[in-house]
Design a binder for this molecule. Structure first.
Ligand code: SF4
Ligand code: SF4
Length: 98
């Protein structure tokens, strides 16, 4: 399985168009997971893909996280959770390495 560090390198080597297409594809998958997550529901949040973009401005309570079952997790080598409240994969990795 690809590591998160390897997938970050692969993303960095992509063209802007390919990167946007990959983000769009991930966002569609995310809608099934974040979109149905107990931490997300009822908060008024409409954004997705917190693993890439970082914390939500609306989600404040951790009531469960469905990221572990999301296909983007193995695809990107993500190994954290609660990206909406704890920050993107990159941010959580940086926090670990402090
Ligand atoms: S990042 Fe995790 S906790 Fe946050 S909305 Fe998505 S699935 Fe739910
Ligand atoms: S890992 Fe979580 S935040 Fe990232 S796309 Fe999947 S459900 Fe959304």
């Amino acid at each position: 399985m690809v590591s998160f560090e390897e997938s970050m390198d692969m993303m960095a080597a992509m063209s802007k168009e390919d990167m946007m297409a990959a983000m769009d594809a991930n966002k569609k998958i995310c809608a099934t997971f974040c979109g149905n997550c107990p931490s997300y529901s009822g908060t008024g949040e409409t954004e997705l893909l917190f693993c890439s973009t970082g914390k939500s401005g609306k989600i404040t309570e951790e009531k469960g996280c469905l990221c572990g079952g999301c296909p983007v997790t193995p695809k990107m080598g993500l190994r954290w959770s609660y990206y909406c409240t704890r920050g993107s994969g990159r941010e959580q990795m940086a926090a670990e390495n402090k």
